[in-house]
Design a protein around this ligand. Sequence first.
Ligand SMILES: Cc1cc2nc3c(=O)[nH]c(=O)nc-3n(C[C@H](O)[C@H](O)[C@H](O)COP(=O)(O)OP(=O)(O)OC[C@H]3O[C@@H](n4cnc5c(N)ncnc54)[C@H](O)[C@@H]3O)c2cc1C
Length: 364
Amino acid sequence: MEESRGSKRRLVIVGGGIAGALLAKNMQFDADVFLVDPKEYFEIPWAELRSKVEPTFADRSIINHNDYFTNGRLVTSSAVSVTESEILTKEGRVIAYDYLVLATGHESSAPRTRNDRLEQFVEENQKIKSSNSILIIGGGPTGVELAAEIAVDFPQKKVTLVHGGPRLLQFVGPKASAKTLNWLTSKGVDVLLDQTIDSAGLSEEAKEFKTSAGETIHADCYFICIGRPLGSSWLRESFLKDCMDRQGRLIVDDSLRVMGKKNIFAIGDITDVAEIKQGFFAQKHAIIVAKNLRLLMKGMSEASLHKYKPGTAMAIVSLGRKEAVAHLPVITTIGCVPGKIKSKDLFVGKTRKQLGVEPRGGGT
Ligand SMILES: Cc1cc2nc3c(=O)[nH]c(=O)nc-3n(C[C@H](O)[C@H](O)[C@H](O)COP(=O)(O)OP(=O)(O)OC[C@H]3O[C@@H](n4cnc5c(N)ncnc54)[C@H](O)[C@@H]3O)c2cc1C
């Protein structure tokens, strides 16, 4: 069991994605904070696709937790269970809490260290560079952004995108899907809709791929871009199992506390808040919960807690270095105008600044 430091309340944050990292940064001088994450670093998720075509881009989008979380305790492990008062980690560490925040958005299979993650991008870049034809499996934001990055940076390569649904980017409106399909097609990407490829048994060396519609695709390499599972399977046997919805999301009240629990909050993609799952909203959750934790730690009443209002549907999907498709509350637009907002720096400088690290600098 971990020793307490001084008289501060013990706050345990599980998950060091965009929600958990910002909360840890904001709370580190107000509580005895533990951040539990299987990786030693925070990674800006939507910079991943640019880092595959330009590996040095990851120097700024991967930030060691210790660079912004300087006054707390980092536990580099996965949480495997939780009780009313403790978290249990994969290595058998037991961490008691006064307050708990669950921020385990999606599962990640990324390597433990920053250097290994940077090396992985170099290898993926080699894979792209040494291939004439590339297959991308999955037409959600990850598959679309990767197809676009390759089509823009390596226009001579043959890119095929296979998507199981009737339209790309199903998480936004049909107008955005249609504009994106046109854009990709105009860049020479072959898009196959309503077809799947069984990726389960594929070997790294596979060069021939059969789709569910019986088509055969030849490609020198492939990338699987289907959504990662929610990071809540570890809660299914715990005392929080009845606080989850059918998808495995944690049911929260309007102050982002887990249903019926006074000292447990959830933030980010793991919550059932009725809004598009976006890092931008996950950061808003973190800011509200930091305020609410401070109020509770000062002994303020529950009635004083700040309420979270779900965000309106909006998303920007980058299409290479200059363009993007934006699904906004009143319009859907594609091209250089939305591209100016996201596609050059992919909000990396902005996110670094929010974490209090040098916006233009690289990591350690
Ligand atoms: C291609 C793409 C582009 C996107 N573009 C944008 C954009 O432009 N703007 C925007 O706002 N959003 C964007 N998003 C959405 C955004 O990435 C997510 O909404 C955001 O990452 C959610 O943050 P999170 O902290 O809740 O979860 P995650 O980012 O999934 O982080 C979860 C963390 O928890 C850890 N974890 C998981 N299980 C455990 C466990 N058992 N124990 C301990 N730790 C655990 C993981 O390792 C990870 O560090 C994009 C997403 C994609 C895929």
